[in-house]
Write a protein that binds this ligand. Sequence first.
Ligand code: PEP
Ligand code: MN
Length: 341
Amino acid sequence: MDIIVLEPGTPESNVKNIIKKLESKGLKTHISHGTERTIIGVIGDTSKVTEDEEAAIRAMSGVENVVRILKPFKLASRDFKKENTEIKVRDLVIGGKKIHVMAGPCAVENRAILFSIAEKVKAAGATILRGGAFKPRTSPYSFQGLGEEGLKYLAEARERYGLAIVTELMDTKDIDIVLKYTDIIQIGARNMQNFKLLLEVGSTNKPVLLKRGLSATIKEWLMSAEYILSRGNQNVMLCERGIRTFETATRNTLDLSAVPLLKQITHLPIVVDPSHGVGKRDLVPPMAKAAIAAGADALMIEVHTNPEEALSDGEQSLKPNTFIKLMSELKPIAEAVNREL
Ligand code: PEP
Ligand code: MN
């Protein structure tokens, strides 16, 4: 909150009240009388002014508008840190020149299926294996994941195929077990505003992949990242996975405009998940290409050796051959935007 625009003809007593209020928050003011409007410039660390306090100032008599120049998110903002954040995951760097692809099944179903998928995605050039062991399912009757058994299979696959792993944490009570196995903690869309969970992962130094909430604005999403960053964990990547709109022809609406926008306002790496974004296998490759063209640092793609029999998200999972083809088609696009795959 850096500039307060006053209504024309605001009486001096109201101006004084506004200034008093700002000074009570440790801020200084600078008044500029224009021909039509008087403007109060606010000097000092306005990042500590909460949204509620800002709303209270906005409601004071005489205030026409409050223009916040400093964004409500601070640690996540480019104003705070100019250089792109690069996150080390084992021997990989996410957010550097190389674009990483995280691929694998929606859920870890059993060892054999996970291993055959891992082998295929590794051969195609993926560097990170995805797979849920704790699954946030819409129905309580759907497959809920293998829990720790699934995490063990992921860790075994990491050793066997030389892939880093990413898996979802749904509940604070499982944090130790997930930390023990995974290289990246995924916070799912449904938990983007589970603030306790965010603070818990913020207290670790494990890389976190924070998915965008089903109906979250970019600001809300960045405020969630801020929860993690504010606890000291600087290894946060944001994952666009589609948002709810009026459109029902696709599972969600993949908001690719978020990618270049986020690149302007935050230094955090951006991941795009076209699989959940569109929900239909045939639409995944074109949107994966578009994501790279838009500036994504990494992709997350669901792949299954037998999608027809998958225990979750089979309809959006690529078959290995399609994934191999896609990986080769992504290369020239990455090069065209001065990246490598
Ligand atoms: C997933 O990655 O399988 C998943 C459940 O994603 P989201 O939280 O984006 O729905
Ligand atoms: Mn899924």
